[in-house]
Design a protein around this ligand. Structure first.
Ligand code: F6P
Length: 413
């Protein structure tokens, strides 16, 4: 390889998105890239002329090791939607002028659905206009809703956190529920896909009953039926713990969170900020049944809990970053790296490349057969699918008891 490479991070961060960045940097170095640039805050920052030469910042093996253990986007992220090509070619010319100036051969973007839309548009534009740059996406999202790939880097770690934290919440609630009933509602991210919420079932084992009810957005939600279920459970037990997706909807397609104090925020891709489902349901149960309730939003904790990341996930994220560089160097364009599960026992997974046009803007949902018939739990197949993804740990590197992170210090150069 004679030219340079540029990498960016985009969309909601994960605990392992920086492991993919580490994989990109390492492989680009090994393959002799002239320069390895990092866009600051993805394509949005790049359009503002913001980028760095990463060799000034990620230098040692130790830097790479700390980066793998650092949550959130090291380079900064964005939720920025490029216009369709015919709507505004100026913006594309601006991007390509900068890529040409930097002698960039390969453009790697680490992100989810919306970010793959950016790869699709840029690779299409390069082909239309005859630009030589190659564009390859690295999958990343805790939501696990990208098509074709078996799963997405970031999902396994978020699932491990959700299973663990749910188990701890259940233990806390059981310990306290003696003379009074307590209903705990846990709200889990994932937008319109229930992959993450289903991970709450991982809490179940010989030392924990697991959540009593799990509601995914793939099944419509009936508030009356839900209240009755909780009421019936309280006849047999003092503590009821329910896991709900932030994206559950009523039969008429309304998000449950919109029934409460809807904050009305919508991002550049038209996604509503989904928050408040647990609070709404906890208030409903309190009003209907008169018992003590608690609403817990795992919120950003579930995507930034690097201290509990899955080593399997970290390694796969790293491999996906490296595979993207290899693919782009070898001439792939308009592609995304996918993870292919080769075998379940022992679990083995490998990478491949796939046409991004078949992936961007498609939401992969939990199959109906993996949700119980009454829509209140996930099946054993779901658990078997997820279990290998949460295995093993990568111990944090603490300084004075708190994990160390690698941060981009722009004053350093
Ligand atoms: O796309 C990942 C995700 O974590 C979704 O599960 C969630 O709805 C969304 O991001 C929240 O994004 P933000 O932090 O920008 O509100």
């Amino acid at each position: 390889m004679e030219g340079s490479i540029i990498v960016g991070q985009s969309g909601g961060p994960t605990a392992v998105i920086n492991s993919s960045l580490a994989g990109v940097v390492k492989t680009a170095k090994d393959r002799g890239a002239k320069k390895i640039y990092g866009m600051l805050h993805g394509i949005q920052g790049f359009l503002d002329g913001k980028y760095v030469d990463l060799s000034d910042y990620i230098q040692t093996e130790l830097d790479v090791e700390i980066l793998k253990r650092t949550p959130s986007a090291y380079l900064g992220s964005c939720r920025y939607k490029l216009p369709e090509i015919h709507e505004n070619t100026e913006i594309y010319e601006q991007i390509f002028a900068l890529l040409e100036k930097l002698d960039v051969e390969c453009f790697i973007y680490i992100g989810g659905n919306d970010s793959m839309d950016t790869i699709r548009k840029l690779s299409d534009y390069a082909i239309i206009k005859g630009y030589p740059q190659k564009f390859v996406g690295v999958p990343k999202t805790i939501d696990n809703d990208l098509a074709i790939t078996d799963h997405t880097p970031g999902y396994g770690s978020a699932a491990k956190y959700i299973g663990t934290a749910t188990k701890e919440v259940i233990r806390d609630a059981i310990g306290l529920a003696y003379d009074k009933d307590i209903v705990t509602i846990i709200e889990i991210m994932g937008r319109n896909a229930g992959w993450l919420t289903g991970a709450a079932a991982l809490a179940k084992g010989e030392d924990c009953p697991g959540p009593d009810l799990i509601y995914l957005p793939e099944a419509s939600f009936d508030i009356q039926k839900f209240t009755k279920k909780v009421k019936d459970l309280l006849k047999k037990q003092k503590s009821v713990v329910v896991a709900v997706s932030e994206g559950i909807k009523t039969k008429d397609g309304k998000y449950v969170c919109e029934l409460g104090n809807d904050n009305g925020y919508v991002d550049a891709f038209g996604h509503k900020q989904l928050t408040g489902t647990a609070t709404f349901l906890a208030n409903t149960i309190q009003a209907e049944l008169g018992c003590k309730t608690r609403a817990i939003e795992f919120s950003t904790l579930q995507r930034s809990a690097a201290h509990l990341a899955s080593r399997t996930d970290i390694n796969e994220a790293f491999a996906a970053g490296g595979a993207a560089v290899k693919a782009a160097f070898e001439g792939d364009n308009g592609k995304m790296i996918i993870l292919k599960r080769v075998s379940d026992d022992p679990y083995q997974c490998t990478t491949d490349v796939y046409d991004v046009h078949k992936i961007s803007n498609v939401e992969k949902l939990v199959p109906k057969e993996w949700i119980t018939q009454d829509g209140t739990y996930v099946s054993d197949e779901f658990i078997s699918y997820i279990e290998p993804l949460i295995q093993a740990e990568l111990i944090p590197l603490p300084v004075e008891g708190i994990p160390r992170h690698l941060v981009l210090d722009l004053t350093k150069k």
